[in-house]
Design a protein around this ligand. Structure first.
Ligand code: HEM
Length: 401
């Protein structure tokens, strides 16, 4: 992505790709919330952005007039019409509006119930131990790169039932698509093509060699008495990769950065592992990774602003999670916080379908880490990096232990 001129006023010219934005967005959100809670920018094709909790709760309910066909905050390709139906087909059910959304979401939900995701706990625990075995004797590692980033693509590969022998290839493409490809369009397209062809092969294989996995069960499903088309299954697999990989690894990486830099919280969690569940919720609130986009299908008014047909709205769930109208001391962590109605997983009809799996991965990743490495700290604060754009997460977290 081209280097942009620095932002002067975030309320009139915000830029989610500004390198400093994800580094420390708290003061920026506070300023936007106070001076202009629904701000506009002309950058990247133009967009609005909502930063208050109540506005976000209201905006997600404006369906289908605020459509999910473009839930990304990336600029779309030149010459493409943002309202085109084509976009709605890409990542169902995320990109679908009512009435098509609900039946597709119903197909997914059984895979992600609290009970169903427990089936992935032993695999995730073993994976976390194996990763730690790989670096524990060095007394140092990059907690984001060597640990956080390695977990979610493998758990999703396990859920999809892909060939275990091809896991590393699969993980490489997923990372090319969701991470390295964000600033490298060619890599992004190549990874996307490789993944589509790989998932196509996996779907064909599961027709003759079914098992107890996501692809096989979708192949056996029906909507309105008709089998689900292969292309729909392929796009639903792609959605898990786009929605479930860098979000979860970001949350694990940001949590480990937090504990590496906040000795009191680290020692408290090490001494009181029963705080794990509230600690995970607090990390999700404070370092929520994902913002979401919407596009107006018609002119619509909200609280004094008018969105014109075709204009984009970015819902900053991370900013809403720091709204002082809802959370006490919103910029500080309290790993025992009990009242924590955060919106890290979104809200409304598109609320994250994979939240139980995300929580399980975060809880297992932190529990195994703290059991094996209870004392650790950041070794090179100047080396810490964060991602830019839609998904916020720590990407380089060098620690000593
Ligand atoms: C910490 C990790 C995660 C976070 C913070 C997160 C966040 C979100 C958010 C904010 C949305 C709503 C998007 C919108 O309103 O447009 C969403 C939707 C979704 N997420 Fe997650 N997600 C996470 C992990 C996962 C995982 C692990 C999976 C599955 C493997 C997953 C699957 C989905 C799906 C399928 C949707 C679309 C639901 C629908 O449209 O009905 N997510 N996620």
């Amino acid at each position: 992505m081209d280097k942009q001129k620095p932002v002067g006023d975030w309320t009139t010219d915000f830029d989610l790709f500004d390198p400093d934005y994800n580094l420390d967005p708290g003061p920026i959100w506070r300023d936007m919330r106070e001076r202009c809670p629904i701000a506009h920018t002309d950058r990247w094709g133009g967009a609005w952005m909502a930063t208050r909790y109540d506005d976000i709760q209201a905006l997600v309910r404006k369906v289908p007039e605020l459509s999910n066909r473009q839930p990304t905050v990336f600029p779309i390709e030149d010459g493409k019409d943002i309202l085109a139906d084509y976009f709605a087909e890409l990542l169902p059910p995320l990109t679908k509006d009512p009435p098509e959304h609900a039946p597709l979401r119903r197909l997914l939900l059984p895979f992600f119930s609290a009970k169903a995701v427990e089936a992935h706990r032993p695999f995730t625990e073993r994976l976390c131990h194996d990763l730690i075995d790989g670096f524990i004797d060095n007394g140092a590692c990059d907690a984001a790169e060597d640990y956080a980033r390695q977990i979610s693509p493998r758990v999703i590969g396990h859920l999809l039932g892909i060939d275990l022998g091809r896991t590393d290839e699969f993980v490489g493409w997923v990372q090319g698509l969701v991470e390295l490809g964000a600033s490298n369009f060619q890599l992004r397209s190549e990874s996307y093509r490789s993944l589509r062809s790989f998932l196509g092969e996996q779907i064909t294989r599961r027709r003759t060699d079914p098992g107890d996995n996501y692809i096989s069960r979708l192949l056996a499903s029906e909507i309105d008495g008709k089998p689900v088309a292969d292309i729909m299954i392929l796009n639903m697999c792609m959605l898990l990769l786009v929605a479930g990989v860098d979000t979860t690894w970001s949350s694990i990486g940001s949590s480990l950065l937090h504990f590496a830099t906040h000795a009191k919280d680290r020692q408290r969690l090490a001494a009181q592992p029963e705080l794990l569940a509230t600690a995970v919720e607090e990390m999700l609130r404070l370092h929520a990774p994902a913002s979401a986009g919407r596009v107006a299908m018609e002119d619509l008014d909200h609280d004094g602003i008018t969105l014109r047909r075709g204009e984009r709205m970015i819902l900053s769930f991370p900013a809403a999670n720091r709204d002082p109208a809802v959370f006490e001391c919103p910029d500080e962590a309290d790993i025992g916080r009990e009242k924590n109605r955060h919106v890290a997983f979104g809200v409304g009809i598109h609320r994250c379908a994979g939240s139980n799996l995300a929580r399980l991965e975060m809880q297992v990743a932190l529990a195994v880490w703290f059991a094996r490495i209870p004392e650790f700290e950041l070794s090179h604060p100047e080396a810490v990096t964060w991602s830019a754009g839609q998904v916020r997460g720590a990407r380089t977290v060098p620690v000593n232990f």
